[in-house]
Design a protein around this ligand. Structure first.
Ligand code: ADP
Ligand code: MG
Length: 302
């Protein structure tokens, strides 16, 4: 239904993605659950190979999951035809990639880069000019409008990329390692632009990264491990009021994600400390659970 505002813009439930290469199967997502609120600015972190890009490609309609549920806006992406997915990608999603060369076209100026998607969508010249100027201002690059990408710094190119991605005012902005090639100070400036467009346009923003410094920039960070959401960190207080050295510890609450089936991932360091093997006993104690490792039997597979 159009016009109704859902609380969640993204709902993934028990999502699986299996890649088949010849005889080999790679399970990139194994029962992933994720909800993102409409207008939220959040990040997904995780080691390389944990399934971050796979998830983002599915959310952006570039890839289809093998099983499970994924609803974005009011659209069930598993039931969307490939033709409708093309429309979805063009109209409802903005992408920012790690490589600037994938985001901007080198022989077009910054202005022309931002204008291009609007030409493809058939916007009139007047409407285009107004929007491109607005976007260049939104990313703080008005004075650089007529520069070609090779005259811009890496951070400026990524800011142009955000302007390109936001030009047609999509409800969803996806970024895959957008600061992966930038130094930390430049990264910060680029992340601030994501925050600002989220604030000004109310766009739902999902940023994938392996850089945990993202924690000081977004309200919620979800950790993916082995293709499943495992941990969630939620900001408690405004970081502006906290000394930088105390930020990560004091300003966030850490949670382990419990999925719809009651599964949770025990943090790896605790698994090692406890010498947790294949089996454990879980007991209820008052209002909490206790987990006991069970020694493996002889002859049992590890
Ligand atoms: P991340 O972005 O967190 O580094 P990816 O989503 O790229 O992780 O990859 C998750 C897993 O899926 C990895 O084991 C990767 O090798 C595999 N994978 C990703 N894309 C493909 C593909 N197109 N074909 C086969 N395997 C893939
Ligand atoms: Mg990746």
């Amino acid at each position: 239904m159009k016009g109704t505002q859902n609380k969640y813009y993204i709902v993934c439930e028990d999502l699986f993605k299996i890649y088949k290469i010849a005889e080999l199967e790679v399970v990139a997502l194994r029962g992933l659950d994720l909800k993102v609120e409409t207008g939220e600015l959040m990040a997904i972190v995780g080691a390389s190979g944990s399934g971050k890009s796979t998830l983002l490609n599915i959310l952006g309609g570039l890839d289809v999951p093998s099983a499970g549920q994924v609803v974005v806006g009011n659209r069930d992406l598993l039931k969307t035809s490939s033709r409708d997915l093309v429309d979805y990608r063009r109209q409802d999603v903005g992408f920012v990639w790690q490589q600037t060369s994938r985001n901007v076209i080198s022989y077009l100026t910054a202005y022309q880069n931002v204008e291009l998607p609007l030409i493809l969508l058939g916007w009139s010249i007047r409407k285009r000019r107004r929007r491109v100027e607005e976007m260049m201002e939104a990313v703080g690059l008005t004075s650089r409008s007529n520069h070609f990408p090779d005259r811009l710094s890496g951070g400026e190119q990524q800011r142009v990329a955000i302007a390109v991605a936001m030009a047609h005012n999509p409800p969803l902005l996806l970024a895959d390692e957008p600061t992966g090639e930038l130094d930390s100070q430049t990264s910060e400036t680029v992340l601030d632009v994501f925050r600002s467009v989220n604030d000004v346009y109310g766009v739902t923003v999902v940023i994938v990264t392996h850089d945990i410094r993202i924690m000081s920039k977004v309200n919620r960070v979800v950790t993916i491990r082995d293709g499943r959401t495992s941990q969630e960190t939620v900001r408690k207080v405004q970081t502006e009021f906290v000394k930088p050295e105390a930020r990560i510890e004091k300003t966030h609450d850490e949670f382990i994600v419990v999925d719809g089936a009651g599964r949770l991932q025990i943090p790896r360091d605790l698994v090692e400390k406890l010498k947790l093997g294949r089996r454990a006993v879980v007991l209820m104690e008052d209002d909490h659970l206790v987990v006991w490792p069970v020694e493996s039997q002889e002859g049992e597979e590890k």
